[in-house]
Design a protein around this ligand. Structure first.
Ligand code: HEM
Length: 145
């Protein structure tokens, strides 16, 4: 059973990360589209569907399956929660979830034609999930502590 949950945890992680990397990229292009243009309206639909159809459900699945695995870990009382790598991973996953919340807020701003950030801002933001992803995968696979 544990291996099945792990497989679906990784599938959900891939879907969540695909969306977290793509949404800020859409924002970069959206910045260049004139407000009210057909292109801008198309970006709004793409952003809403990406967030509601993929990113939100994938994040819920990652959390539910990840916590399930964590409780099922080797320590009979605390599962994987007793391990340093999981504690560090949880901090980084909370940061990823907070970024998710921010992306969600910025999507609403774009939908209302009231985006306040520059293309450069979203280009920089685009690097954050990449950095978090690398650290989280190293912690989960190498378990350095
Ligand atoms: C939401 C909270 C999360 C929890 C509680 C959690 C917990 C866990 C646990 C307990 C394992 C099993 C480790 C093992 O059996 O060796 C695992 C595996 C894994 N997790 Fe997560 N995880 C979470 C989110 C994430 C995220 C966001 C990512 C990537 C960005 C991720 C990537 C992985 C990978 C790649 C593995 C496979 C490790 C292996 O089999 O060697 N997890 N996770």
């Amino acid at each position: 059973m544990y291996r099945w949950i792990l497989a679906f945890h990784i599938i959900a992680v891939i879907a969540w990360m695909a969306g977290m990397l793509y949404l800020p990229r859409l924002f970069v292009y959206h910045c260049a589209a004139e407000k009210g243009s057909a292109q801008s309206e198309t970006f709004k639909v793409m952003e809403r569907r990406l967030l509601r159809g993929i990113i939100n459900p994938a994040m819920i699945a990652v959390w539910v399956l990840g916590l399930w695995l964590a409780w099922d870990g080797p320590d009979s009382h605390y599962g994987w929660f007793a391990s340093g790598w999981l504690q560090a991973k949880l901090v980084l996953v909370l940061a990823m979830s907070a970024l998710h919340g921010l992306l969600s807020r910025w999507r609403k701003d774009f939908a209302a034609d009231s985006n306040r950030h520059s293309q450069k801002f979203y280009r920089i933001i685009n690097e954050v999930p990449t950095a978090l992803l690398i650290l989280i995968v190293i912690l989960a696979v190498v378990k350095p502590f």
